[in-house]
Ligand binder design. Structure first.
Ligand code: IVH
Length: 664
């Protein structure tokens, strides 16, 4: 065999492993994608010409194994333990007291997030990945080597210049990010395939596929949190183990911390719980581990759980309850949303008595019936949602629900557009109310104090027939409303008056044109000098604007073709609504004025596009994280920038939350 050829192949592999690590684990690529592709193709070509040179740890071999008939059993060298879990502060204090009693000194703890995924073990022999398995019953799991090989954040080869250890068993959690999970489900839904109930099930289902090509197509990720057997190296603390694993190419959660004493651990639990929704992966608590290995050994294990660690869980976000009834809500654009009325239930400290069922297709897919026992989830500020039905609890007395074929509020006909049923009534009071709520909202005209209750009354007492009528209300009108005092009436009138001075972008948003959210409104405001010009825009004028597609264009045209729109605009002018009429890039809604953003990892749109979105709304994008950064947008495989953000206490948001900020 030609020695130089063999050397070149090895050199290429080394480089590719290294650049994989820079890209996937650190999120700090050193070379361009094109350069990477060149290296990869060269290796592929050489391997194709000289198949005898192919080794299992070659980066070309992540996918390629044949489907299995069934998984083999895999016996763990050291049992994979489970954790005792607690939810109350007093229980963690008790854990700490037990530890201190056994050891009689102040304890240093390492805290890690408890990742909601699937525990696995990876075996490296002489630095090369040789086997991977599920936890199974702790002693014996399933051999899923071929599947784990496809996960990009699992190194095929240990990254180190030192001679490799003869044996290293790495343990951790395979998971799927929330964003990827949603995208996967959407895709499965489109192809009428079975969807997953949550990211954990999606990760477990994807990793336990007999065909590794299916696993390879699933966006899985891996965080490590410990070791099994090790030959050739000793560690004195858990912290050292994590450092080592990080150094040799594994992802360790950026949320790991080290504390002396239980008080700081409890504080950190609270902090992580508050930031739970900012993460793009699900965690259900923290894991508290005694740092010193010697102390761990002294504490030992009792019935499959170590005495030196505990899972300190967050309050559940899912609860069981019963569907008392199903009703239909009518939104601003007439969309009919089925809503489940529930037996009130406490979820994470909040009483939940209704949950959205999204639309008719979702309702049918989940087969939710009146009387059903269901799982309800409430995540952060998101509207509670019915996740699934416990069908085994059915008695036969449950009633199926059918979407009405007329609007439940105005009685007009409804039209089905894809999964959405829409009321086509032009004077539907539910739509009117929602339109005015939107008009007055913070991001639109920002009329302080004009809440939903007041608007509801204004509509039902027929004191307003469109949003512009707000500007003609008098104090005596307002005083006719329930629970309205002199002072509140005066405040509302002042706020209405103040809102007359606005900017173009806010005004466009306030009009409530379908598909026109904050970002699109700012695009339109940049392009047109005033409402008159916008109302005369042609389809071509609109689609020429980068960022505006046919659907938005059609919707804008349709809006301005309505008589009611013309009337509304005239009234607004008569009322003296005023906005600056000039073209200026980034005049926008300026919702992001003076805000600095940093992107980390991959997001689903080109970065340039995301950047221009931020800039149009008055914000700035920089490449590195500093104290001055306001938000870090964590995409997939976000790496070191995320670590920095956490260190500096910079707010980290996911792509979805970012889209919320810039779009509707
Ligand atoms: S340590 C020695 N650390 O929780 C204890 N487990 O019941 C072994 N998990 O099966 C586990 N994040 O799936 C540990 N940072 C973390 C974890 C973690 C999630 C899961 C793991 C395990 C279960 C323990």
């Amino acid at each position: 065999m030609n020695q130089t050829l063999k050397d070149r192949v090895e050199e290429l592999r080394k480089k590719i492993h290294y650049h994989n690590y820079r890209y996937y684990v650190l999120d700090e690529p050193e070379i361009s994608d094109a350069e990477y592709d060149r290296l990869f193709s060269e290796l592929e070509e050489l391997e194709a010409k000289h198949p005898q040179l192919i080794t299992l740890d070659s980066p070309t071999q992540r996918v390629g194994a044949k489907p299995l008939k069934q998984f083999g059993a895999y016996e763990h060298g050291i049992p994979m333990l489970s954790l005792n879990s607690v939810t109350e502060e007093s229980d963690v204090r008790e854990f700490d007291a037990r530890v201190r009693k056994a050891l009689e000194w102040e304890i240093e703890y390492v805290v890690e997030p408890k990742i909601d995924g699937l525990a696995i073990e990876l075996v490296y022999e002489n630095g090369v990945f040789s086997a991977g398995s599920t936890r199974g019953d702790g002693r014996t799991g399933e051999d899923i080597t071929q599947n784990l090989r496809t996960i990009k954040t699992i190194p095929l080869r240990i990254l180190s210049d030192d001679p490799p250890l003869p044996l290293l068993e790495v343990r951790g959690e395979v998971f799927m990010s929330v964003g990827k999970f949603k995208a996967l489900n959407a895709e499965l839904g489109k192809r009428a395939m079975k969807m997953f109930a949550n990211p954990r099930n999606a990760a477990a289902g994807s990793v336990r596929q007999l065909d590794p090509r299916v696993t390879a197509s699933r966006p899985l990720d891996f965080f490590t949190y410990g070791l099994g057997r090790v030959e050739g190296k000793d560690f004195s603390t858990h912290w050292e183990i994590l450092d080592y694993l990080r150094d040799i190419g594994f992802k360790v959660s950026p949320l790991v911390r080290r504390f002396k004493g239980i008080d700081d651990v409890i504080k950190y639990h609270e902090e992580v719980q508050e930031r739970r929704d900012e993460l793009d992966y699900e965690i259900d608590g923290i894991v508290v581990k005694v740092n010193s290995i010697e102390q761990q050994d002294r504490l030992g294990t009792i019935s499959r759980s170590p005495r030196w660690a505990v899972a300190y869980k967050f309050p559940a976000r899912e609860e069981f309850t019963r569907v008392k009834d199903i009703m239909v809500q009518v939104g601003r654009t007439g969309a009919l949303t089925p809503v489940a009325l529930l037996e009130p239930v406490q979820i994470g400290g909040v009483t939940v008595s209704r949950a959205t069922l999204h639309n008719e297709d979702e309702l049918l897919r989940k087969d939710v019936r009146i009387g059903d026992t269901v799982v309800v989830e409430r995540a952060g500020d998101v509207i509670p949602e019915v996740v699934s039905v416990i069908k085994s609890k059915r008695t036969g007395a449950e009633k199926e629900f059918k979407m009405p074929d007329r609007c439940p509020v105005c009685g007009a006909e409804v039209l089905k557009e894809g999964p959405i049923v829409r009321c086509i009534g032009v004077s539907c009071s539910a739509q009117l109310k929602e339109r005015i709520v939107h008009f007055a909202s913070l991001r639109a005209m920002d009329i302080e104090g004009l809440g939903e209750k007041v608007i509801e009354q204004l509509v039902s007492k027929q004191m307003v027939s469109d949003a512009a009528d707000l500007f003609f209300l008098t104090k005596s009108d307002l005083l006719k409303l329930d629970r309205m005092g002199e002072q509140s009436a005066r405040n509302i009138l002042n706020a209405i008056e103040k809102s007359k001075q606005t900017n173009f972008s806010r005004l466009i948003l306030a009009l409530g044109i379908r598909h026109v959210g904050t970002y699109t409104a700012s695009l339109l405001a940049d392009e047109f000098s005033d409402l008159d010009a916008l109302s005369r825009a042609s389809y071509e004028d609109l689609v020429r604007i980068p960022g505006i597609g046919p659907e938005v264009a059609k919707s804008v045209l349709l809006f301005f073709a309505q008589d009611s729109t013309r009337e509304l605009i005239e009234k607004l002018e008569r009322a003296g609504v005023w906005y600056e009429k000039k073209k200026k890039v980034s005049e926008g809604g300026q919702v992001l004025a003076d805000k600095t953003f940093v992107f980390s990892g991959r997001i689903s749109m080109p970065r340039e596009q995301a950047k221009s979105m931020v800039e149009r709304l008055g914000g700035k994008v920089t490449s590195s994280v500093s104290k001055k950064t306001d938000y870090v947008i964590a995409g997939e495989e976000a790496g070191s920038k995320l670590v920095n953000a956490k260190k500096l206490g910079v707010r980290v948001i996911g792509e979805e939350e970012f889209m919320e900020m810039v779009k509707e």
